[in-house]
Structures are given as C-alpha cells and as structure tokens.
Write a protein that binds this ligand. Structure first.
Ligand code: GFB
Length: 322
C-alpha cells in the first residue's frame, strides 16, 4: 500500500508517551526521520481543555498519536466506571478538538477491541461495531472509545481532515502495569507466577474459569502496525490491530508458568469474572497493508519476562500503583 502521510521532517506528538503503548510508539518512531514531541503530566494536563488548546497552538504538531488513556484490566474497569468513562471521554475530546483547532493534519486515535458487542461473530470485523450489547464489565471504557472513534469520523466528514482510528486487541509487553488488581491478565499472571516461585508456593491462581479466549499482541508489534497505519491509511472506517490468533486463558497461564519456571498447579478462582467469552479480531484490513506481527506469543512473553526481572531488580516496575 502506498504512503499517504510522509513522516519525514514532521513533528509528531505522542500523547501518553510514558505508558506501555506510548513508549513503544516513541521507540518505533525513533527509526523514522521525524521529530517526536512529548509532554509530561506536569507540563500538560490532558484533562484541561484550555491547557491542551494552548499546548497545541504553541507546539504545532503535524501529527498526533493518541496513546493517552485511562486503562486497566477487567476488575478495574468494573470497579471504576466513572473514571473510565469520564477520563477517557475528556482526554480524547480535548486532544481531537485541540488538534483540529491547531490545524493538525493527521490524527491517529487508539481504541480497543472491547468496543465490539459481547457476542459478536468471530473473528470480529470492523463492521460489527454497534450491532449488539457490550460486555458489562467494560462498557464504560468501550462507550468512551466508541465516542472517540466517532469523533474522529465526524471531524473527517465535516471538515475533511485526515483523522483515523485503530482498535488494538489485548496488548502486553515491557512497561505494562503489574499491579495485581488493576492490571490486565498477562502482567498479573507473570507477577503471580514469580511470587509463587519465590515463596515456594505450588499454586497459580487464575481468575474466572480459564475458558475465555483472548488474542494478544506484543506492544512493539502493535507500535509497528500503528506507525504503518499512520503512514499508509486514510479512511473513514477504523482498523482492527491484532495478531489474528487467540488462546484460552488457561493455556496462557500454562505458557506464562513455563516461562517463569517453578512447578505450579493452576487453580481457578471462579468468584472473579470471565468477561467476554471470545474477542478475536478480523485483521484482514490491517494485513492488506502488508504488515505482519514479528513476535510469537511465546517470544513476546519471554521478552516481557526479561523486562520484568530487570525492572523488579531495579525496583522501578509498577507493582504498587493502582
Ligand atoms: O486482561 P483482562 O483483565 O481483560 O482479562 P479483558 C482477560 C481474561 O483473563 C478474563 C482472566 O477472562 C480474566 O478473568 N484472568 C485470569 C485475569 N486471571 C487474571 C488476573 O489475575 N488478572 C486479570 N486482569 N485477568 C479488558 C477490558 O478486558 O481488555 C478493557 O476490561 C480493555 O476495557 C482490555 O478493553 C483490552 O480482556 O477481559
């Protein structure tokens, strides 16, 4: 697919550059001939509309990649519905509207595969959007993300700007949140497996029944796909970003346990929710660009495990912050 947006010499603002996804995007953009703009929370509060407008007017990016979001796993989504809806709607609206006012030509909005109906036909094509009821544990986050992709579409239709949206599957990798209550499943299981090994415990507790299926994509693969879309994609409809393969949570737990080492039996805590039974994305549209993932799940998990070990030693992994 040909390039529709030439990054050379451009100023690209990565909103949320300290997060797992934003930092992978910054790593990936370093290979491009462009200037990367970032702002810490102290420099720019994305919840402050006037501040975002000022920052955009002042720094004048040519493109914005929106990786800033309030994110969390199944339990955090369920417990903090107001935060997940309010923070995400306000941050994304400030960024999209602020970019438009500052005449930013290209905007890449990031959503999530949870925008689709709970019982969408598998693999889930982009057309499944708004065809059925959402999964209740994360409907607040999903509603925010649907509003974000619709806002990009609306600006595109009304003003002809090149604002596009990507919907990544479940991502994992270096820089993830390893807090046991607020994290996603990969970092949670990795941390639990390490703690079991250190304490000589013989069990690894997995939430739910272990039967739900999830598709995982290593964050550096996701960043590569997103930069590919930034350069080559320009259309009204959003694009799914995934690996095209899924596994059960029980299989994931066994794989994580085998990488971490230690001899653990997997037990299921069925007082915790399963969430969506399956959400495998149809990645035909993304793969039509020629892009393919480079990391197998096992390789990505090994890399994440190495990162986790290095950062636990240095004491700077996010183990405590909810
Ligand atoms: O990753 P996760 O929290 O998010 O959970 P979702 C995935 C599956 O893993 C669920 C199970 O079936 C969980 O019950 N699981 C097993 C665990 N053990 C654990 C554990 O120790 N911690 C966690 N967190 N899960 C999120 C949405 O849904 O997906 C967000 O809440 C977002 O909105 C994200 O869309 C990508 O895949 O269920």
């Amino acid at each position: 697919m040909g390039e529709t947006f030439d990054l050379r010499g451009k100023r690209v603002f990565v909103a949320g550059h300290r997060g797992m996804v934003g930092s992978a995007i910054v790593r990936r953009l370093a290979a491009e001939d462009c200037e990367i703009l970032t702002a810490t929370r102290a420099e720019l509060d994305l919840l402050d509309q006037a501040g975002v407008r000022r920052w955009m007017a002042d720094r004048r990016p040519d493109a914005v990649v929106m990786a800033a979001a309030k994110v969390g796993g199944i339990l955090a989504n369920d417990r903090f519905p107001a935060d997940f809806l309010y923070d995400n709607v306000v941050v994304q609206t400030n960024l999209i509207e602020g970019a438009f006012r500052a005449e930013v030509g290209k905007f890449l909005f990031l959503g999530s595969s949870c925008i689709y109906p709970k019982f969408a036909p598998q693999p889930i094509s982009e057309d499944a959007l708004l065809t059925g009821a959402l999964e209740p544990t994360n409907e607040w986050y999903a509603i925010a993300k649907i509003a974000g992709l619709k806002l990009c579409q609306a600006y595109r239709r009304q003003y002809g700007v090149d604002y596009i949206s990507a919907m990544p599957t479940n991502l994992y990798g270096p820089g993830d949140n390893f807090h046991l209550e607020s994290s996603h499943v990969v970092p949670a299981l990795m941390r639990k497996a390490h703690e079991a090994k250190l304490a000589g415990r013989k069990t690894l507790t997995v939430w739910g029944t272990g039967t739900p299926m999830r598709e995982f994509l290593y964050v550096d693969d996701a960043a590569d796909a997103l930069i590919c879309l930034l350069k080559t994609y320009s259309s009204d409809s959003h694009v799914n970003v995934g690996s095209g393969q899924d596994i059960t949570i029980a299989e994931l737990a066994r794989t994580v346990a085998s990488i971490v080492g230690g001899d653990v039996e997997i037990v299921f805590d069925t007082t915790k929710p399963d969430g969506t039974p399956r959400k495998l994305l149809d990645v035909t549209r993304l793969f039509a660009t020629g892009w393919r993932p480079r990391y197998s799940l096992r390789k990505g998990l090994e890399q994440t495990n190495e990162w986790f070990l290095r950062h636990v030693e240095k004491g700077d992994v996010r183990l405590g912050a909810a």
